[in-house]
Design a protein around this ligand. Sequence first.
Ligand SMILES: O=C(O)CCC(=O)C(=O)O
Length: 297
Amino acid sequence: MSKLLKKSVKLALVQLAAGSDKSANLSRARSKVLEATSNGANIVVLPECFNSPYGTKYFPKYAETLLPSPPTKEQSPSFHALSEMAKESKSYLVGGSIPEYWAETKKYYNTSLTFDPNGKLLATHRKVHLFDIDIPGKISFHESEVLSPGNKLTLIDLPEYGRIAVAICYDIRFPELAMIAARKDAFLLLYPGAFNMTTGKLHWELQARARAMDNQVYVGLCSPARDMQADYNAWGHSMVVDPMAEVVVEADEKEGTVYAELTGEKIEETRKGIPIYGQRRFDVYPDVSAGKVKYEE
Ligand SMILES: O=C(O)CCC(=O)C(=O)O
């Protein structure tokens, strides 16, 4: 039996076609989550901003209040819908992300909620690295115009399986986060994300495979489906990469769900074949050894 992943687990990434109608997005998500578990999925993932269009101008309009937790249904319809979906489908549900509003500080966050199969909230991740980029003639995007960053790494223990890490989209570009999660024994790194037509083509698969290769873990990226009528055109191509950095399954750009069976044996086999875990030279690079990251169990 693997130390990291106690038994094999079926992962589903729901590449949802989200539009501007929040309640329609929630009910569409529900039917896709139920479909995924009827196909045997144990962990189901939704995309970044699955209940709204993606864009800074949309965040305030769609934002919900999550604290103090649990929020009321009026404060956060998405919290309650996700909790119900997890319970109804009896799955671990990584609820993509939603825009969140803190009334006290008047701040907004890009926030991911994960629920257990009883509908209980297990973890909240607030996007740590905000998506602020400028590629002349291609894309200019500044989440920090509206959002504030979260400040912790999110590790989640699933008792039957093991530990996973959840982060959001641009967070994948920071290998430090993935490295610390893997060193703290995560078997799977999950990133609800919405790359675009410029960086999607260049870096989506590369980032997923790099994080998997560096850390010899599974990586799952879950995008919204591409909508060429929307202001922001998501890349799509939700994918699962295995610890050997091979793409196990990949969606195209349309709505759909992709599945992968994750096994502890694959992790063990990879680490045995290429034993970097025992070969690190922290005497040569002591300042990158684990332990400096703010982390709450
Ligand atoms: O890193 C990228 O290129 C895209 C990131 C992104 O779209 C996001 O963080 O929402």
